[in-house]
Design a protein around this ligand. Structure first.
Ligand code: GLN
Ligand code: ZN
Length: 763
């Protein structure tokens, strides 16, 4: 069929999206002030406007020939799309103000539950899951986006509005009400297509040459039916008259067979991730390929030679090419400029969002021969070379230690033998009670840490405050009557950063904030070189805690996979290799703890599920190295030392086999919601060791009653033999208040007592 419209002019340099929390986390402070009533809506809206204006001007000034707009969000871009399409569950209908309704969906209110929040693909960003009911009718609310594009165009911005595409929107949503199977939501795509078509026309009228529809779900395995839906929707959208150029953005991996489907549908451009996916082999001659050669989710400076090589390969198969980032820059910090304390060498190896925009412009300058950015690329080439041979990165003795790892280094003695010797060491009651590790981080604890950082108190003063806190937490647990105690982790700002600060091979930043969800930001450490542990990291705290009580105090460590998942990791060696280095450091810590008399050591792996590759075909390999890293970290201790682990974020379905393979003596899980099914699955995978399914949900301030917990225990006993069952909350208590924690734990211990009595009665 002849094309009835002329294709939009291609552009040459862009990024797929930009951070939005503000260079100094302005968004965080503004929304939090709005939530607590300290500023009004007008002030909040004006802050948002100034962010949008500042970002589009700086991206245009940096030389991008197409600039993403509508990438700002007060909370989350998936929630924004739900609002754009009128997908608002009935329970919020009573809230008239659109912004307040939006925040109610994000955070809940005293009466209303929020939308569910879940991980954004394999990143540490979380999105809100739209609820679509049979009764939901989609309506387009395009005023805000149209106004933003109009303003941006008037401003001289080559604006390219970014919206989540219809396929990913439906696939990421969940059906409301239990009767509908999730896969059927895609059936409703025909209702969305006309809305998207109308939106495209309105955006074109507002002056957008191009519109970017994000379809990250296309890098996951998709069924034929789903690919048919892709073909169907995009053919319809491409067929609309008076529309702008349609760029479909895939990212985080290989779009595979979805790519030819998109191209055949008649869209004008595709964005492909060339950092985490291959150069496409499909015939892309009719389209603009937006080539993601600058890593959008890691912080390394781009190797220009590698990037140009990829760009030239892409040029072989496509109509036109534009230089871009692999995904939105949402996942990296704003700028290196505030990192004034970082040494110049490390800094020269890095690029945050602002620097990555410069790289994109310079790579385009080189590719298209404009000469823009030649100096920058020269510096990049030098930095990449320097990093490749730097002594602080490549430390032969660390690598030699890896060579020394034998298959036996990953194996512990037989689990049944461990079980009986460990039982003899500590005479624990049936259904032993414990907690996951952290106790409330009180204002005093936070203040002490801030005082230390600001130099208001010295290290000795800080340590004595932490010891006092540990002593109080131990005394409280004794009084409550818990069986296995913890020291409470008051000394840890964060369960990964705490270790990163003490391990060689890691660096931390002062302002490297990245959005995790809503107003919550994290500052991931940077793992830049071979990892080693110069000295013990947790030993003195654990040893001190153990002197205060005759009951066992668990040593508390973060596992290698979680340390990797919540850090920026090396891109110059396989992740599994880095994992083994971190594992050896943790292993050394376990050996020190054991030697100091700590007989139970918990190694937390809450992020085990999070790093699971998006495509089925890659999962076995990941699970192999992840399990091996955990086992390497935990197999250095003797038979009488119990290794515990803790996992959160439910959805363990696909990894039950791996959980079994970790070979921990006791596994505690956040499974407050879907207990039984998971326990049966785990037993089905052959798991016959200790298990502590969280008996109450710590994410809510509500104090669970004794009977309620006892019921949960009785239920768990239907799936787990009594001799394997442990009693614990479902996660750490760090975010709760002391007045919630104490009664909840007392009730938990009382519930354990009640159920224990029925066990003895039965015998
Ligand atoms: N031990 C950690 C704590 O209790 C575990 C935290 C987690 O599961 N994310 O805080
Ligand atoms: Zn947890």
């Amino acid at each position: 069929m002849p094309k009835t419209r002329t294709s939009p002019a291609p552009f040459t340099a862009t990024v797929l999206g930009y951070p939005r929390i503000g260079p100094r986390r302005e968004l965080k402070s503004a929304v939090e002030r709005y939530w607590s009533g300290k500023i009004d809506q007008a002030e909040l809206l004006s802050l948002a406007d100034s962010r949008r204006i500042a970002d589009r001007r700086s991206l245009t000034a940096a030389g991008l020939s197409s600039v993403p707009v509508h990438t700002f969000s007060f909370y989350d871009q998936v929630l924004d799309t739900a609002a754009l399409l009128g997908v608002v569950p009935d329970r919020y209908a009573g809230i008239a103000d659109p912004l307040d309704r939006y925040f109610a969906m994000a955070r809940g209110t005293a009466e209303l539950a929020p939308l569910e929040m879940t991980k954004w693909f394999d990143t540490n960003y979380h999105y809100l899951v739209p609820e679509i009911a049979d009764t939901t009718s989609f309506v387009l609310n395009a005023e805000d986006i149209v106004a933003e594009v109009t303003a941006a165009v008037a401003d001289g911005t080559p604006a390219r509005p970014v919206i989540l595409g219809p396929i990913s929107f439906l696939l990421l949503s969940k059906p409301a009400g239990s009767s509908v199977a999730p896969s059927t939501l895609l059936d409703r795509v025909d209702e969305l297509t006309p809305l998207y078509a109308r939106l495209l026309v309105q955006l074109a009228e507002a002056g957008a040459q191009w519109v970017q529809l994000d379809e990250p779900c296309l890098v996951q395995d998709r069924t034929t039916v789903e690919l048919d839906a892709v073909r169907h929707v995009y053919s319809a959208l491409a067929g609309a008259v008076d529309r702008p150029g349609i760029l479909v953005a895939t990212y985080f991996g290989d779009p595979g067979s979805a790519l030819p489907v998109l191209v055949d549908a008649g869209i004008d451009g595709v964005a492909v991730d060339l950092v985490y996916g291959p150069v496409p082999t499909a015939d892309l001659s009719g389209v603009l390929v937006v080539a993601g050669v600058v890593d959008g989710r890691n912080i390394w400076r781009t190797d220009p030679d590698r990037a140009q090589d990829l760009l030239r390969q892409v040029q072989q198969v496509c109509g036109a090419v534009a230089v871009s980032t692999s995904c939105s820059l949402l996942h990296v910090p704003y700028s290196l400029a505030p990192e004034t304390g970082m040494d110049a060498q490390l800094k020269s190896w890095l690029a945050f969002a602002e620097e990555k925009v410069g790289e994109v412009a310079a790579l385009a300058g080189e590719l298209f021969g404009t000469g823009v950015g030649a100096e920058l690329l020269m510096a990049s080439r030098a930095a990449v070379q320097d990093r490749r041979i730097a002594e602080r990165v490549h430390r032969p003795w660390v690598q030699a230690q890896l060579q020394g790892i034998r298959p036996e280094s990953l194996r512990r003695p037989d689990a049944t033998l461990r079980r009986s010797l460990q039982a003899a060491r500590y005479a624990l009651p049936a259904l032993p009670t414990t907690t996951i590790g952290s106790f409330p981080q009180t204002p005093q604890v936070r203040k002490a840490r801030a005082d230390l950082v600001a130099g208001r108190i010295d290290k000795a003063g800080y340590e004595s405050q932490m010891r006092a806190e540990i002593a109080a937490v131990i005394a409280l647990q004794e009084d409550i009557g818990l069986d296995v105690l913890v020291h409470g982790e008051p000394e840890r700002n964060d369960m990964v950063q705490y270790f990163a600060e003490q391990l060689d091979g890691f660096a931390t930043t002062v302002n490297g904030w990245v959005q995790s969800y809503g107003s919550r930001c994290v500052r991931p450490p940077i793992l830049f070189g071979d990892v080693s542990r110069p000295q013990p990291m947790t030993l003195s705290w654990s040893r001190y805690a153990q002197t205060l009580t005759a009951k066992p105090v668990k040593g508390m460590l973060t596992g290698p996979v979680t340390i990797l998942a919540w850090s920026f990791v090396r891109d110059d060696q396989p992740l599994g290799e880095t994992g083994r280095q971190v594992a050896l450091a943790i292993r050394a810590e376990t050996v020190d703890l054991e030697r100091a008399g700590i007989g139970i050591i918990q190694v937390d792996e809450p992020a085990l599920r999070e790093l699971l590759p998006l495509r089925q075909a890659d999962r076995a390999h990941y699970l192999q190295w992840a399990v091996d890293a955990f086992r390497l970290a935990t197999s250095g201790v003797g038979v009488t030392t119990a290794v515990h682990t803790h996992l959160c974020y439910s959805e363990f379905g696909e990894i039950v086999g791996a959980i079994n393979d970790l070979d921990a003596d006791v596994t505690s899980v956040e499974a407050a919601r879907s207990h039984l099914e998971f326990l049966h699955d785990l037993a089905g995978a052959g798991y016959r060791r200790g298990i502590g399914p969280g008996v109450y949900d710590i994410h809510s301030p509500r104090v669970p009653g004794t009977e309620e917990i006892a019921d949960a225990l009785r239920l768990a006993l239907k799936a787990v033999p009594a001799e394997h069952l442990w009693i614990n909350p479902d996660c750490g208590l760090k975010t709760r208040r002391p007045e919630e924690v104490e009664p909840a734990l007392r009730n938990m211990v009382a519930a354990a007592q009640i159920v224990r009595e029925t066990l003895t009665a039965r015998r």
